[in-house]
Design a protein around this ligand. Structure first.
Ligand code: RIB
Ligand code: CA
Length: 303
């Protein structure tokens, strides 16, 4: 059984990805939260809400960084709703966040492993960067990081940069420089995967409580995309990243030398430059139909 830690800033699209992971046979060793879409209290509460919703009390939640390693926080433009998950306001249940800090959990868990632990990184890479700085030998045992972030000559928070890597570009560069294998799922593939209102409408027809929750959750996101980007539907960036864990043929990857701009107007931009930066597996194409079929079947039981 594959073993994962989910590092996340839920966030509507994080919530979709976490929902896919929680309904799979992957062993989730823990969820570590990081400030990004919303502040650290909100994203941590949302992680607890999802553990409660999916009735997974064995999955522990560890609170992580409340701000980037060098900069002030940068949160999203309200596209995730006031609760950070599409105003669904799920009950939190009786679970509370662990006393141990997320960075210490990462170091202890990975450091004591056989090198089989993979990370699904769905937010800014601040926690991972802090762990690398504090215990590089331990964190180098990570088998693979699946990171939603970056893009190729595009951005969504600025014309140049994707949100996760823009929030903490120094952390991103630190993780890229660590030598840990990375699969980077960037805007160049996620933005091809718009799920339409009609496709989301299939969730409304379903009897499943999971489908009903995510049908409600996506409404806010879809409204936001139409209002901000004139897109008819929503891009569930983190869900595509999670789906690549299960089916290698959904996104194809190429090894590229990628570095992260940390200064100026292009802060957070990921730049492909042979010989500069570190070797990263960059997602370069996506089978959109296969992605949608996979997540509708495995998240919602809809074929
Ligand atoms: O740019 C998209 C990414 O930023 C997603 O992970 C979304 O949840 C936000 O964190
Ligand atoms: Ca996210």
């Amino acid at each position: 059984m594959r073993r994962f830690i989910i590092d996340t800033d839920p966030g509507i699209d994080d919530a979709f990805a976490i929902g896919l992971m929680m309904q799979s046979d992957i062993e989730i060793l823990g969820i570590t939260t990081v400030s990004g879409n919303n502040g650290i209290d909100s994203v941590t509460t949302n992680a607890l809400r999802l553990v409660h919703f999916f009735k997974r009390p064995e999955i522990l939640v560890y609170e992580g960084a409340g701000k980037p390693i060098l900069r002030e926080s940068g949160t999203s433009d309200g596209c995730h709703g006031s609760d950070g998950m599409g105003n669904t306001y799920l009950p939190v249940g009786s679970r509370v966040v662990e006393e141990k800090h997320a960075v210490d959990f990462l170091i202890e868990t990975i450091g004591s492993s056989e090198g089989d632990i993979e990370i699904l990184a769905l937010g800014p890479l601040t926690n991972l960067a802090m762990a690398i700085q504090k215990a590089p030998e331990a964190i180098k045992k990570v088998k693979m990081i699946y990171s939603m972030g970056g893009g190729v000559n595009q951005g969504n928070i600025t014309p140049f940069a994707e949100f996760n890597y823009w929030v903490d570009p120094e952390a991103t560069q630190l993780v890229f420089d660590s030598g840990i294998p990375i699969r980077m799922v960037g805007l160049n593939v996620t933005e091809q995967c718009i799920i339409s209102p009609e496709e989301f409408g299939r969730l409304e027809q379903s009897e499943s409580r999971v489908a009903s929750l995510y049908y409600q959750m996506q409404k806010h996101y879809t409204t936001h995309y139409m209002r901000r980007d004139k897109i008819n539907g929503a891009i569930i960036h983190d869900l595509l990243t999670a789906a690549t864990i299960f089916d290698d043929s959904i996104v194809s990857f190429e090894t590229q030398d990628v570095w992260v701009e940390t200064d100026g107007e292009k802060r957070g931009a990921t730049l492909i430059e042979p010989g500069k930066g570190k070797s990263v597996s960059l997602g370069v194409s996506v089978d959109v139909a296969k992605y949608k079929a996979y997540v509708f079947e495995h998240m919602f039981g809809i074929k």
